[in-house]
Write a protein that binds this ligand. Structure first.
Ligand code: PFF
Length: 450
């Protein structure tokens, strides 16, 4: 009994850690990006590769980032500097941290634009704009938003302000408390939506689409998309999880905790798919509609169910919340780094990083309308930002991370950090040294030549 206060402190910090990790990983990637990528890639084959990548590549890399963070006890750049220095390895490993910060900046710029869409949809839903809409109506509502640079700018700015405010003010205590209620609420609401899809949509067709892989659809590009998304959805390859690892206490079992986060993240994504595709098929919509998919299918459901105004509004509020906690985790490492490397204080660093992201976001949102024909490497800016980060930068930094842990760190040190027994550790090490790096490499090389 005497150690009760101590164990309570440990318990609450462990919960705080889980909330931060889940808050970062569960976001627009699960509810917005996963369904539309599945639809663009033709369904089950993408889902299967995604699940394999999550398990064989994502999980060991998540564990690697956490163990590096716990060992280094610093921000990602200093952590890599410190560990590589101690092990007498090249200082070039620091590039993992640098690449991560750059990727975080690029991702947040377009992430905030989509966060803005979700904000706009709170308003549409609360003002009953979905009521009575058919497939064409929801399409028109969405295209109206997309075609208006002014509206997009307004909502993108608001989302960015929300994000900067938390990172600048450090009022994360309240955010943590809110997360404890709002994240489970989001999960419950998603289940309600799955229930709705099961009773009124083409549920079987939806499930079939998600879970019966058509291997003729499995191209190198689909595999790359699925692998890139595994990194994106788990917030890997950005140093974010490494930064969080520095707050992990020694008695936390990294493997078990990582598995919990991975399962939660995956279940939420699959639930989003199960809520959306039955509605797509029941209403003759196009599963390959692209980034607008959830903004066109869910309103159709909300517009036709009883209590849809309330449900819809609540859903988009929770979606914004999930996006917000992820966005905060994207801005945080940039601000931390600025604060350390420049004379700026936290508030100014948050403003500088936030405004730099906001400006890049404006280029991204203009590429959805006025600048649609302006392309770089054959892609509009929005698509380019997504492509370069998810399909190139994250897998590369992730690959470097796991190669470092698998090949350049001592076996015993890694084993002590992971606290795993014989067989489990042997398996883990095998996947860290061979399966994960070779998997990433194959997908990369294949795409280079096709
Ligand atoms: N994992 C988040 C999502 O799925 O929405 C997005 C994200 C957050 C990606 C943080 C990367 C990151 F570092």
């Amino acid at each position: 009994m005497t150690n009760k206060p101590h164990s309570h402190a440990q318990w609450s910090s462990r919960i705080a850690f889980m909330l931060a990790a889940v808050g970062s990983s569960v976001g627009l990637g699960n509810i917005w990006k996963f369904p539309y990528m599945t639809g663009e890639s033709g369904g089950g084959a993408f889902v299967l590769v995604y699940l394999v990548c999550i398990l064989l590549i994502g999980l060991p890399i998540l564990m690697s980032e956490w163990l590096l963070g716990r060992l280094g006890q610093k921000n990602p750049i200093s952590t890599m500097n410190r560990i590589a220095g101690r092990l007498k390895r090249s200082k070039a490993w620091v590039l993992i941290g640098v690449g991560g910060i750059l990727a975080a900046w690029l991702i947040l710029s377009f992430y905030s634009v989509i966060g803005g869409w979700a904000l706009a949809y709170i308003r549409y839903s609360a003002t009953a704009s979905f009521i009575g809409l058919d497939g064409e109506g929801v399409g028109a509502l969405f295209n109206g938003l997309l075609g208006s640079p002014g509206l997009l700018l307004l909502w993108h700015s608001l989302f960015m302000i929300l994000t900067i405010a938390i990172v600048a003010g450090g009022v994360s205590g309240g955010l943590e408390r809110a997360s404890k209620i709002l994240m489970p609420a989001l999960a419950v609401l998603l289940l309600v939506m799955v229930g709705y899809a099961a009773t009124t949509g083409s549920f079987e067709a939806g499930l079939d689409y998600l879970f019966s892989p058509d291997f003729s659809k499995l191209t190198g590009e689909v595999a790359l998309a699925a692998m890139g998304h595994a990194f994106f959805t788990l917030s890997l390859g950005m140093g974010i999880m490494m930064a969080y690892g520095s707050y992990l206490s020694d008695d936390v079992n990294i493997g078990r905790t990582a598995l919990t986060v991975v399962i939660l993240d995956t279940v939420i994504a699959l639930a989003a798919g199960m809520a959306i595709f039955p509605v797509v098929f029941a209403n003759g919509l196009d599963p390959a509609a692209g980034p607008g998919l959830i903004f066109q299918t869910l309103p159709l459901a909300f517009g036709n169910m009883s209590g849809g105004v309330l449900f819809g509004t609540l859903f988009f509020v929770l979606l914004v919340f999930a996006a917000w906690t992820s966005a905060i985790s994207l801005l945080e490492p940039i601000v931390e780094w600025l604060e350390e490397k420049s004379p700026l204080n936290r508030l100014t660093s948050a403003l500088v990083a936030g405004v730099a992201t906001w400006i890049l976001g404006i280029a991204a949102l203009l590429s959805l309308n006025d600048w649609a024909t302006l392309t770089l490497f054959g892609m509009p800016i929005f698509d380019l930002l997504d492509y370069v980060t998810s399909k190139i930068m994250l897998p590369l930094t992730g690959l470097a991370t796991i190669v470092f842990v698998g090949w350049f760190m001592g076996r015993d040190e890694v084993r002590a950090q992971l606290n795993m027994n014989g067989m489990a550790f042997a398996w883990w090490r095998f996947s860290a040294r061979f399966i994960a790096p070779i998997g990433v490499a194959i997908v990369f090389v294949y795409n280079l030549f096709h």
